[in-house]
Design a protein around this ligand. Structure first.
Ligand code: PLP
Length: 413
């Protein structure tokens, strides 16, 4: 495989990122400059129709309008393409903008999607409620671990197979090579949400056609920006901003260049952060398992997809920053989180993930509350399941002691 500059594709995502980061600021600054302009000039009137007709464009240095392309946002997109080993990328105002944009681009009214039954609640609602009603795009939800069920779910009008690399919040791992083969056999695209596994898994290297991210999470890492991206080949990316049919061009969820700058400046330390998120998550999972808790973490040998994760992962970044523990009931889950936040200062009860501090939420009543009871049960999301996004603040020994006290307090109550 080759990168966009024709070099052999490096296996390590941070090495690819380092090779892609070669711009300077406007005055030779070590940071890139922020181009805030919403509109751009041309020197000759004839250039404008050429840009509108797509004969000239940002790749040739011709910018037109900020919702179309912005130079600072494009720099970030290029880095994200390098990270995800895709030829091209496009940044959006949120993860949901990226997800809805690619789905509306790949599917037309009357088309069909096959998707995993465990997905972020917003994505699930988009597929289950919004798209059928607003656009006549139907989805069949299946257990992605059952490849026969996935195969049987395809119809003649299936355009997309959709999954999360590591599913929110079950942490089940998608068999991306097998899913890509099935999608391609049926003339469909495999779209993968890699929000939970940046660096640890590179879906495009295993056959995914389109990779989406909520940059709001680990990639930005400071819980201060909402952003997203689509990583894919140039044809897919170009079609997203087609003047007549491009879903992102016409629905307009453009990323602000100031946000792009912030995210770009945090990319160089993504590798260091992910290693520490993963190390903490593994230590927390091991401690909870030793206490007899029902814990899920792809880095534990007891995880049903541990072998699969090991086969797919890039070495050196661990098994990611998320773990879950099932306390059995919603009451115990609440007790556990309240003790850890209000008594121990271990972390925060908050949705989202990928922050420097630990974030905890009971998925069934928060970020998966869009799923009805049957769908929650089918996905394996119990009312007592607490998702933890492991932060890296505080001393690990103190954190482990706090976590242990929280678990004991919740389970003995
Ligand atoms: N994908 C996953 C796996 C998520 O967890 C989330 C949000 O929690 C999203 C997408 C949506 O991202 P955003 O909130 O940036 O729109």
């Amino acid at each position: 495989m080759k990168d966009h500059a024709g070099h052999a594709l490096l296996r390590d995502p941070m090495a690819r990122l380092a090779r892609s980061r070669h711009e300077f600021g406007e005055h030779g600054g070590v940071n890139l400059s922020i181009e805030t302009s919403a509109t751009f000039t041309v020197l000759e009137a004839g250039k404008m129709p050429e840009i509108f007709e797509g004969r000239e464009g940002p790749r040739g240095g011709c910018f037109l309008y900020g919702r179309h392309f912005n130079p600072t946002v494009m720099v970030l997109a290029r880095h994200l393409a390098a990270l995800e080993a895709t030829p091209s990328a496009y940044c959006t105002a949120s993860g949901m903008a990226a997800i809805s944009g690619v789905l509306l681009n790949a599917c037309s009214s009357g088309d069909h999607v096959v998707a995993g039954q465990a997905l972020y609640g917003g994505t699930w609602a988009l597929l289950h409620d919004f798209l059928p009603r607003k656009a006549a795009i139907e989805t069949s939800f299946v257990d992605l671990g059952d490849l026969d069920a996935v195969r049987q779910a395809f119809r003649g009008n299936t355009r997309v197979l959709y999954c999360e690399t590591v599913a929110n919040p079950t942490l089940r791992v998608a068999n991306i090579p097998a899913l890509a083969a099935l999608a391609h056999e049926h003339g469909a695209s495999l779209i993968v949400d890699n929000t939970f596994a940046p660096l640890s898994i590179t879906p495009a290297m295993h056959g995914a056609d389109i990779v989406v991210h909520s940059l709001t999470k680990f990639i930005n890492g400071a819980s201060d920006i909402v952003a997203g991206c689509v990583c894919a080949d140039g044809t897919v990316i170009d079609s997203l901003y087609d003047l007549h049919l491009g879903s992102l061009m016409l629905l307009g969820p453009a990323m602000d260049p100031r946000a792009a700058y912030e995210v770009a400046t945090r990319l160089p330390n993504l590798g260091v952060r992910m290693k520490e998120h993963s190390a903490r998550a593994l230590a927390y999972a091991q401690r909870l398992e030793a206490l007899g808790a029902s814990v899920a973490y792809p880095g534990l040998a007891s995880h049903p997809d541990h072998q699969l994760f090991t086969q797919l992962c890039n070495p050196g970044y661990g098994a990611g920053g998320l773990l879950s523990v099932d306390l059995g009931t919603a009451e115990r889950a609440s007790h556990f989180m309240e003790h850890l936040q209000n008594v121990e200062d271990f972390g925060y009860m908050a949705v989202s993930l990928g922050f420097s501090d630990t974030l905890m939420s009971a998925s069934a009543s928060s970020t998966s509350s869009e799923l009805d009871e049957l769908s929650l049960a089918a996905a394996g999301i119990s009312p007592g399941l607490v998702r933890l996004s492991a932060g890296y603040t505080g001393h690990i020994d103190d954190r482990l002691a706090q976590l242990e006290r929280g678990y004991v307090a919740a389970t003995r109550a």
